[in-house]
Design a protein around this ligand. Structure first.
Ligand code: HH2
Length: 280
């Protein structure tokens, strides 16, 4: 399995792909404020690449529970200088974490090559057409509600089939807009309008997403449910807990993992993958 980046560059998915998180925001839940200056962002990207990151995901709008929206202009001000620098210095694909097509288009012009849309093209319908036009892979994520209120009372009948059904519906919309199936990555949206129970049920049933034939991305890194399970209140102390989910994700056939601390997740993914490749 592989993704095709703009200008027909292939990105292989036959071993776990680690997507390093680079939030150039003042308020992200675990690294807010740390990489607002372009120099600090570039150094963090370098460290993540040295630790084994395959992609760097740049975002200028926090989607943590309760977060307020950030304007297009402000997102552009935050992300463009960093994307330009990363594209010039490093040879790893850059993804842009935004739900706004104007931000995504400018990010692609500045050197990004993958779109990461936590609204799965619902916030801005032009996102799907943009992915088709530019030949960019696009990550479509499930969210119930919106960040400002999503954790107030998430409710599902059957969380696994509802999330899967939603993602397949959005993938169909992307295909209608001209994006090839193999370029559409599905993401269950761990922590986005979900209780601990919902997150655990989704993580225990990842093969239902893998079986769709789409590449799958998992974003558990440092999230609240891992704090609940590990007793770690400080998000930056949830990396071991995150690595446990990465190993289980690899065993379930997930290809991409969006993480803050790359090294422990690289190790967990590589060990899990080595074991999986011996399964009879
Ligand atoms: N999670 C976050 C942001 N973007 N994108 C995808 N595809 N999947 C995710 O699970 C996901 C995501 C939230 O984490 P983070 O970026 O660390 O925090 P914040 O939204 O506060 O910037």
């Amino acid at each position: 399995m592989q993704l095709t980046l703009p200008r027909r560059r292939p990105m292989r998915l036959d071993r776990p792909v680690l997507v390093g998180v680079l939030n150039v925001t003042p308020d992200s839940f675990s690294d807010g404020g740390a990489y607002e200056a372009t120099g600090a962002a570039v150094e963090q990207a370098r460290a993540m690449i040295e630790a084994g990151a395959d992609v760097i995901d740049v975002g200028g709008e926090s989607t943590r529970p309760g977060a307020e929206r950030v304007t297009i202009e402000e997102q552009l001000r935050r992300v463009l200088p960093t994307i330009e620098e990363l594209a010039e210095r490093f040879d790893v694909p850059i993804s842009i974490d935004t739900t706004r097509s104007a931000v995504a288009a400018a990010a692609l012009d500045a050197g990004a090559s993958i779109l990461n849309d936590v609204s799965a093209g619902q916030d801005d319908e032009q996102m799907l057409a943009l992915a088709a036009e530019r030949g960019s892979p696009i990550v479509l994520m499930h969210m119930q509600g919106e960040p400002a209120t999503m954790q107030q009372r998430p409710t599902y009948g059957d969380v696994v089939s509802e999330v899967r059904g939603f993602l397949l519906e959005r993938a169909a919309a992307a295909m209608d807009a001209g994006v090839p199936k193999g370029q559409i990555v599905l993401d269950p949206g761990i922590g986005f309008g979900k209780t601990l129970e919902h997150n655990l049920t989704l993580l225990a049933n990842l093969p239902t997403l893998v079986e769709t034939g789409h590449p799958v991305l998992l974003g558990t890194s440092r999230k609240r449910f891992l704090g609940t399970l590990s007793g770690m209140e400080d998000p930056t102390r949830r990396d071991v807990a995150t690595a446990a989910t990465t190993a289980l994700g690899v065993a379930a056939g997930v290809q991409l993992f969006r993480v803050h601390d790359v090294l422990p997740n690289r190790h967990a993914a590589d060990v899990a993958f080595a074991i999986e490749s011996h399964r009879r």
